[in-house]
Ligand binder design. Structure first.
Ligand SMILES: C[S@@+](CC[C@H](N)C(=O)[O-])C[C@H]1O[C@@H](n2cnc3c(N)ncnc32)[C@H](O)[C@@H]1O
Length: 262
């Protein structure tokens, strides 16, 4: 088999083959492109993720000898709130099980990973040292949680780094607020989305977007764009049904009347 370096350079999805991940193949390719570009700029890095489940998104970093430490924060609830309006069940979701799977990749996994079974807001930032430079936010998919997780990542990570968000098509309100707050504070950043659903926020002048695999995904950005829109299509479908159309015209008539008598 090719070496880790060759497989990463080829964005080889077998780097995700040992543990199931809640990621599409395109997500995996995007995450590998980010990892490759990131370690070119930060040859020895620390990785932090919020929301690890079975360890699927940890596995390519665990195989990477340049990744010096991994922090995994996962509250491990049996049901997770979600901005789409329903709870997502996570039965038998435990750190012990995740570590068992990760030990099959690296028998010394536990020495390289620090786990916190709690919400990120409850983690003592002093326990997250040395600082990670690459973070993935993939925990509770609500706007409130995404904003809180982002605040935690910014607090513990260095000035120069990358924060990734999985599923920006679900937590887009949070992302809008986060980017507005950065703009207001005059913080320079670059932000963009990669296929299928990986949102990248570059801080402190790290320019991974110039790396050829990422630059290529940014030119052919139809995949991410259409994935995001299609994931919301069922809302439009319901919104355009006859009973909803009637309710909308009643609502619009009420608004017109309200404006007339203002
Ligand atoms: C979508 S899964 C993570 C998938 C994983 N990153 C992967 O790619 O396979 C979401 C995880 O977030 C965890 N979670 C839910 N609420 C959380 C919270 N408030 N803080 C941290 N983790 C949370 C769940 O226990 C679950 O393991």
């Amino acid at each position: 088999m090719d070496s880790f370096e060759q497989r990463l350079a080829a964005l080889d999805l077998t780097l995700f083959a040992d543990i199931p991940a809640q990621l599409t193949d395109s997500d995996k390719r995007s995450l590998l492109a980010v990892q490759q570009a990131f370690r070119e700029r930060v040859p020895e890095y620390l990785y932090l993720e919020i929301g690890s489940h079975l360890g699927g998104s940890i596995q390519p970093h665990l195989q990477d000898q340049r990744c010096k430490h991994i922090y995994s924060i996962d509250k491990r609830p049996l049901q997770v709130a979600d901005e789409r309006g329903y709870n997502v069940p996570y039965p038998e979701n435990s750190t012990a099980h995740m570590l068992k799977l990760l030990r099959e990749i690296d028998p010394h996994a536990e020495e390289r990973i620090t786990c916190f079974d709690m919400d990120a807001s409850a983690v003592d930032p002093a326990a997250v040292t040395p600082a990670p430079q690459l973070c993935l936010i993939d925990g509770e998919h609500t706007d409130h949680a995404a904003i809180s997780d982002f605040a935690f990542c910014r607090r513990v990570m260095g000035e120069r780094g990358v924060i990734l968000f999985h599923d920006p098509n679900i937590i887009y309100i949070a992302l809008t607020g986060i980017l507005e707050s950065l703009q207001k504070a005059g913080t320079p950043f670059h932000a963009y989305a990669l296929p299928s659903s990986v949102f990248v926020l570059e801080l402190g002048g790290i320019d991974i977007h110039q790396s050829p695999p990422i630059a290529k995904m940014l030119i052919d950005n139809h995949e991410q764009y259409l994935f995001g829109l299609l994931s919301l299509e069922h809302y439009r479908e319901v919104y355009n049904r006859k009973p909803m159309r009637i309710m909308r015209s009643v609502w619009q008539a009420w608004l017109r009347t309200k404006h007339r008598f203002r």
